[in-house]
Structure formats: C-alpha cells, structure tokens
Ligand binder design. Sequence first.
Ligand code: NAD
Length: 313
Amino acid sequence: MNFLITGAAGFLGSALANHLVQQGHQVRGLDDLSAGDRAALSPEVLFTRGDVRDRPKLWTLLQDVDCVYHLAARVSVPESVLYPREYNDVNVGGTVALMEALRDVGVRRVVLASSGAVYGHQPTQPLHEDMMPHPHSPYAVSKLAAEHYVRTIGELWGIETVVLRVFNAYGPGQHLPPAHPPVIPNFLYQALHNGTLVVHGDGSQTRDYVFIDDVVDALTAAATAPQAAGEIINVGSGQEISVRELVALVLKTTGSRAEVVYNPRAAGGVLRMRADLTRAAQVLNYHPKTDLATGLRLTLQTDPRFRQHTPSP
Ligand code: NAD
C-alpha cells in the first residue's frame, strides 16, 4: 500500500514509518522538524520537510496514497496551557487543512492519532469510547476538535476515518525536550544520571502507559481493518499504574538511588486513566503484548541515550 504519514519524524511517526517500509509498503513522510528528527527515519521513507497546513504540498504528497496517518501535532499538555493559540493553529488548523486536501485529491482512509487526554476527569474507570469527553487542557481540546473535524469532513465527503485515542505511549526514541519532558524518558534519564525525579502532585494519579510497539500494531491494523471505518478506538495497555509506583519501578529497573521530590502544590493533572480495550480487541484484534516492566527494560536496552548509562545486570 501507499501511505502518507504527517509528523513522520516524531516518536510515533518514525516508529510507524520504519515498520511499514519493513513490511514492503511505500511510505511518504511529512514533518516540519519542529520536534522531530529526520535521522530517526529509515532511508526508504520518502521524506519531505514541510508544514501540515501547506495545502499545495499536501496535494502533491497525496497523489496515489491509499491511507494517511495524521500524527503531526504539538504534543505537550503543560506547553498547551501556555500557548493555546499555537496548539489550536497546528492541531486543529493542520487537521482541517489535511482533510480539505484529502477531499480534493480523493484518499480512501485517514487514521488520526488522538489522545486519551480527551476524556479528562471521569467518574468511573476504565475509560470507554462512549463516555462524554471532558478535556482539561488546550491540548486535549485541540485533539477532540481534530476528532470532530476528521469525522465530520470524512462523513460529508465519503472518506473512511479511524480515530485512535492513544494513551501514554513510551519507548525508545521518545523525545526529551528540556522544557516539559514526557514522564517516562525523563524519569529514566534522571535515574541514570543521579538527578532528581520530580513528581507533580502526591503521585497517586494513575496513567495507562503503552509501549511503542503495541501502538504501532494498533496503527498498522487501523489502515485496513474493515470494521474500523467510522470508529473511535482506545489504544492503551489496559493497565493502570500510579506515578508513585512508576517511580519505584524506574528506580528498581535502573538500580538507581536518585532523589525523588514530590511537589504537592503542582497539579498532578487528571486523577485516573485506564483504557477500556474491548473495542480495540473487537475491531483491530489489538492485544497489547508488552507490560511496563518489560517495556522499560527494552527502552533502556535499545535507546542509545540510555544504553550507555545502564548498569549491566
Ligand atoms: P512528536 O512530537 O514526537 O511527533 C509529532 C511530530 O509532528 C514532530 O515530529 C513534529 O516535528 C511534527 N510537527 C509538529 N507541528 C507540525 C507541523 N505544523 N507540520 C508538520 N509537522 C509538524 O509526538 P508523538 O508522541 O510522536 O505524537 C504523535 C501524535 O500522536 C500526535 O498527534 C499526538 O497528539 C498523538 N499522541 C501521542 C501520545 C504519546 O504518548 N506519545 C499519546 C496520545 C496521542
């Protein structure tokens, strides 16, 4: 098949692109490199540097494409609180521009990487796709708006749409920006460098951490699964772990005695997150394979930034 991946040089995009070319598919990648790293992509990926809102560029890239993965986005919840307009411009404006181009060129299917963050606070767990979303950050609002645009424009123009609500993905190659780093690579880095693991809130908040290979499995299935068209589907591990437990696991796995600081005055975000995977199993035959302890070990073993600092077992 012929694919276009927006945000191809990012953490999820590069893992997906490299997997698809390995399977023998033709893959075009678009990324403005604002956060992504072109070096993460295998040479077989046909890469173009550019903005996802650049419609003429999209028209060219979309010729003969069977399925588009839309992953280009600004992705930090705390950063979105500071710059909501930018998050709206890229995450919502970029999605609308892409959908217009899909309509113009006539592409069969689009898969949107949305987020478990759209659920916000909910009275019960696990989080099911039919629950009413209550987004709590500009990032989450932008992902929910993107979902609505993809589905609405898709319905109007006969484009098949699949929305994947990805929970907290982690694994080798995840970016570690100095401001607002994602929690797992940041904790691993601090643990290996005898730094400080800073926990926002009291650490009782829970998250559903899903290993990159499992996310790639779900994304791959979403391109062709016949029943996926028109669906919103959770992609997580189905397991819930508190940030306090995560800290203990990171320290154990790295053999580190790094300092842990709790910052109770900082908001810990949404209290609980666990994905209900019933629909993912039914529609995508998705069954996550890697538990958190294994995923952390694989990340330490395969990510060059961590490997050289990891003590041998
Ligand atoms: P990432 O930052 O590594 O990847 C996003 C990519 O988009 C980057 O390479 C960046 O350079 C690119 N980009 C940003 N603005 C762009 C623009 N205007 N034009 C073209 N490219 C642009 O993040 P990621 O973790 O790989 O996330 C990929 C997608 O998955 C995002 O849509 C994100 O919202 C979604 N998602 C990720 C997670 C996660 O835990 N990683 C969870 C839920 C949803």
